[in-house]
Design a protein around this ligand. Structure first.
Ligand code: 5GP
Length: 193
């Protein structure tokens, strides 16, 4: 999506090896009108998916998921991040390694909001190694829900998540795919290889 690529080139900042900061429009301050356009594009890409619910993970996936959900007229459920100490039997849970913090956490979703009757579209802001997505997929599997697609704003194609998910046969659509970002030089690849 050229609009997103242009915005990344204009406002994105590399922050260490393999990390992109888009805090000025997506991850800290949010450009809501811009985000609505990303949501509209995700809604268009998954218009025939049969989704009954959108699943994302706190915190930065929520705004994008809501932008798509508004157009698709679907509810959004977001997974919470916590630890094993305070987890009850009333949740679906999966361990996850945080890309940005390098620590492990427990991802949970209440059993009240996911069930075998759901067809889930998973949405997140970034796809890197795919650990967050693996945890979300574990949770949907535990719930017995079907997954009809995965929508991402920014996929970093040089990290392994996209290749893994496509290899597993998931309908993965990324609005921008970064092929490389060496020395702050961002190069985009094909959106949906
Ligand atoms: P993964 O689990 O695929 O390795 O990483 C995806 C998660 O880590 C996303 O939910 C996102 O919040 C965060 N993330 C991964 N890479 C980046 C990045 O380059 N920049 C930012 N801001 N977040 C990232």
């Amino acid at each position: 999506m050229k609009l997103l690529e242009d915005r990344i080139l204009r406002d994105g900042m590399t922050a260490g090896p393999g990390v992109l900061k888009v805090d000025s429009f997506l991850n800290h301050q949010i450009d809501v009108a811009f985000l609505d356009k990303l949501g509209e594009e995700l809604a268009r890409l998954f218009s025939d998916s049969g989704a009954t619910k959108i699943l994302t993970v706190e915190a930065s996936g929520i705004a994008l998921a809501c932008a798509a959900a508004r157009v698709m007229k679907l509810p959004v459920v977001f997974a919470k991040k916590g630890n094993r100490r305070n987890v009850g039997a009333d949740v679906f849970a999966a361990d996850c390694r945080s890309f940005t913090h390098g620590t492990d956490y427990l991802m949970t979703v209440s059993r009240s909001y996911l069930s075998s009757g759901d067809t889930i579209l998973i949405i997140d802001d970034f796809l890197a190694d795919g650990n967050a997505m693996r945890a979300l997929l574990t949770i949907t599997k535990e719930a017995g829900a079907a997954v009809c697609g995965i929508g991402i704003a920014i996929e970093k194609g040089f990290q392994g998540g996209g290749a893994y998910l496509r290899g597993e046969g998931y309908r993965l659509r990324s609005l921008a795919v970064i092929e490389s970002m060496n020395d702050g030089n961002i190069v985009f690849g094909r959106e949906n290889p």
